[in-house]
Design a protein around this ligand. Structure first.
Ligand code: PLP
Length: 451
């Protein structure tokens, strides 16, 4: 057992280390308690290492491990990344970015006080949703609307209020799971409603729904199959037909999912206003996916039902704060006016393919033979438009290195870049790279390639 000539056998005290200037930026970004804990954990780990017990540790190695521990935490802070995956609404990358103009326009209302629940006309208690219900009516053609924190909450709320202790009929083809842990049968059970399954995985007819109705039936729930398609011998019930034949005591609710409304790029998808016109009593959807606002759950439909939902005690738990209300309000005003900032990222990206091609050419031009410009595809993603592909352009990086390692290098950049692997090569799909990210992307890649 020989001591490492440079090694120290007694580790410094945590307090001593915290005084060192190299920890100051970490404390600024992570807070003192988190850095203290990271140092404490790292020192404890080092004490366990047999190499330390035998030979000690060099100061360099000590600081390198402490650095790694802090960097590991810094990487977990929410920070901006460049989405070069070709999935425009990417659940793991925050779904829909909010248009900077929308964000700026709600800064004042959110950084000061606001008339969230007071009527400026007479100073009396007002409604939190303000003109949102009218905006939602104009968007969907429904009588009224309400907003909750996310669409999972919409589904839970409408089941809990309108079908608790009763039966809800759902097609076997729509017993779906959306993202992590949101399963229709489980949500139904939690809400206190009883699931009645009808039809088969591929075929459900209007008769299937109608024949399953009893006096205990509260609702027929139709759920958009957001993230998969069933192809081949398939049939789903015509909602008009179901709506027409439903007895008065049964509510027809549709979980539309994406919030597609007036956007014109998704021809095969049913927008929320079509469901209302077809006779749905309620339709719910997310506020961000295709609608393009903040994540929220929106329920539109018959006023009498919306008012019931609003009186449910859960509404107190599910209602959003003013950040969401103000952003949605701003978005919808612009969307109804067909202003560009009201389009949402999905529509903007899919319908501006010349701009995308220009961006791809600009980046490719700046990187010479280090990249190859290849035609590719984008998807909207985020549990919308499954199986619909739109044309895109990708940069294939020309580099002799393991693709996984290149992806890791890209993630380690100061503005991290999230790429994809195609045919063992790293590609940067330009679809969802935002215009104001181009120069940073070019600069980082030039430096990566040593240009
Ligand atoms: C995305 C989605 C949900 C969940 O919406 P969140 O806003 O993520 O809670 C529910 N139902 C359908 C059909 C969806 O597509």
């Amino acid at each position: 057992m020989s001591a490492n000539p440079d090694g120290i056998l007694r580790l410094p005290q945590v307090e001593q280390l915290l005084q060192k200037p190299i920890f100051a930026p970490y404390i600024r970004q992570l807070s003192r308690p988190l850095v203290t804990n990271a140092i404490r954990r790292t020192l404890a780990d080092i004490r366990q290492q047999s190499s330390f017990r035998e030979r000690g540790i060099t100061i360099d190695a000590l600081y390198s491990q402490l650095n790694d521990a802090c960097e590991y935490l810094i990487n977990q802070r929410h920070s901006r990344v460049i989405n070069a995956t070709g999935t425009v609404v990417h659940t793991n990358l925050g779904r829909s970015p909010i248009d900077p103009a929308l964000w700026d326009s709600v800064a004042a209302v959110n950084t000061g006080y606001c008339n969230l629940e007071i009527k400026l006309s007479d100073g009396k208690r007002g409604q939190r949703k303000g003109i949102l219900s009218q905006l939602l009516s104009s968007l969907t053609g429904a009588e009224d609307g309400l907003v909750v924190n996310n669409n999972a909450a919409s589904v839970y709320l409408l089941l809990n209020e309108l079908a608790r202790g009763k039966e809800v009929i759902v097609s076997r083809g729509e017993q779906i799971q959306i993202g992590g842990g949101f399963r229709i049968p489980d949500i139904l059970a939690l809400s206190g409603a009883r699931l009645v399954e009808v039809g088969t995985t591929n075929i459900t007819t209007a008769d299937d729904y109608i024949n399953a109705i009893t006096e205990n039936t509260a609702m027929v729930l139709m759920v958009h199959c957001s993230n998969f398609v069933v192809r081949g011998f398939t049939e789903s019930a015509d909602i008009r037909d179901v709506a027409r034949r439903l007895p008065k005591h049964v509510i027809l609710a549709v979980d539309q999912g994406s919030g597609l409304s007036s956007e014109k790029f998704a021809a095969h998808e049913t927008p929320s206003d079509s469901y209302i016109r077809a006779g749905a009593d309620l339709v719910c959807f997310s506020g961000d996916k295709i609608l393009g606002g903040p994540q929220a759950g929106i329920i539109c439909g018959r006023r009498e039902l919306i008012q019931k939902l609003e009186k449910n005690p859960l509404m107190r738990a599910f209602r959003p704060g003013r950040i969401i209300y103000s952003l949605l309000e701003e978005l919808l005003v612009r969307k109804l006016n067909r202003a560009p900032e009201g389009m949402g990222i999905a529509e903007t990206t899919v319908t501006h393919s010349e701009a995308l091609e220009r961006r791809a050419n600009e980046v490719a031009g700046a990187l010479g033979d280090k990249v190859r410009l290849v035609p590719s595809q984008m998807v909207v993603g985020g549990g919308t438009l499954p199986d619909e592909y739109f044309p895109s352009w990708s940069l294939e990086l020309q580099i002799e290195k393991q693709a996984e390692q290149v992806l890791a290098d890209l993630r380690a950049m100061s503005l991290p870049v999230i790429g994809v692997i195609r045919n063992d090569k790293v590609q940067l799909n330009m679809a969802a790279v935002l215009p104001h990210e181009l120069s940073a992307l070019i600069e980082q890649l030039r430096s990566y390639f040593g240009l």
